[in-house]
Design a protein around this ligand. Structure first.
Ligand code: BTN
Length: 245
């Protein structure tokens, strides 16, 4: 049976969940921490993880049809559920961030998704989906608020509990993996992400080099950047969107 491990503090829930996956833990196994001392973001960025956030890693089977779409699929499911509950204006910043884009306010990062593939003796190919969500942390106006971040507490009162957010995020990861395993799943995911894609029409830079205008997503979930008259599909990289003034 899938287990749930909870820790007051861990270096990283992702590292612990990868360990459990390699040891043969079943799909649905979760690791949650109250804070992380070495939270990891995509591209090995640090993920600030003090008290007041959700830090969750959950094990799912790799969806064989379209494994690369898993971060976008989780983002779409998660955004749709949070929107449904709180009417939050949520966008997906390719390929793994949840942004709130409030009217007349610049876009702010609310949460992020990190997917690591892992070989499991029981599941074969599996994925650990790591989810970080700013719930009470970082406080508005607080000195420790990273640039461009927001938290649920800025938008939703009463502030939802971290355990409720754990259930929402876990369900999003499991439903997204199951959806991608269906014949129509990949196309549905791309359609849902196109509807919420952040920055369409804006100038953006990938990995500090390639600059172009964001055109949209191709059918495989690659970001299409229009640059110098060419349409360049971006499959990996650090995207910086230049917000319109
Ligand atoms: C990103 O935006 O770069 C993804 C951030 C993912 C952070 C989560 S928090 C739970 C899990 N444990 C980690 O060390 N990282 C992920």
């Amino acid at each position: 049976m899938a287990s749930r491990e909870w820790y007051e503090e861990l270096p990283s829930t992702q590292a612990r969940a990868l360990e459990l996956a390699r040891g043969g833990s079943p799909a649905g196994t979760r690791v949650v921490a109250g804070r992380q001392s070495a939270g990891r973001g995509r591209l090995d960025h640090r993920w600030a993880s003090p008290d007041g956030g959700l830090y969750l890693s959950i094990l799912v089977p790799t969806p064989e049809r379209a494994p690369a779409l898993l971060p976008l699929a989780v983002a779409a499911r998660w955004a749709s559920e949070l929107h449904h509950r709180y009417s939050l204006p949520l966008s997906i910043k390719w390929p793994n961030d949840l942004f709130v884009v409030g009217p007349g306010r610049s876009a702010r990062k609310l949460g992020g998704i990190l997917v690591d593939r892992v070989d499991s003796p029981t599941l074969g190919s599996a994925a650990v989906v790591g989810i970080g969500l700013n719930v009470e942390f970082p406080l508005a106006g607080g000195a420790d608020r990273p640039d461009g971040a927001t938290a649920l507490a800025d938008w939703v009162r009463p502030v939802p509990s971290i355990s409720e957010m754990e259930e929402v995020a876990s369900a999003a990861a499991e439903v997204a993996a199951a959806q991608l395993a269906t014949p129509r799943g990949p196309a549905e995911v791309v359609r849902a992400c196109r509807g919420r894609l952040y920055g369409v029409g804006a100038w953006a830079r990938v990995d500090g080099r390639l600059r172009g205008r964001i055109e949209g997503l191709d059918d495989d979930g690659a970001l299409i950047l229009e640059t110098g008259g060419a349409r360049v599909p971006i499959r990996a990289g650090d995207l910086r969107v230049e917000e319109p003034a």
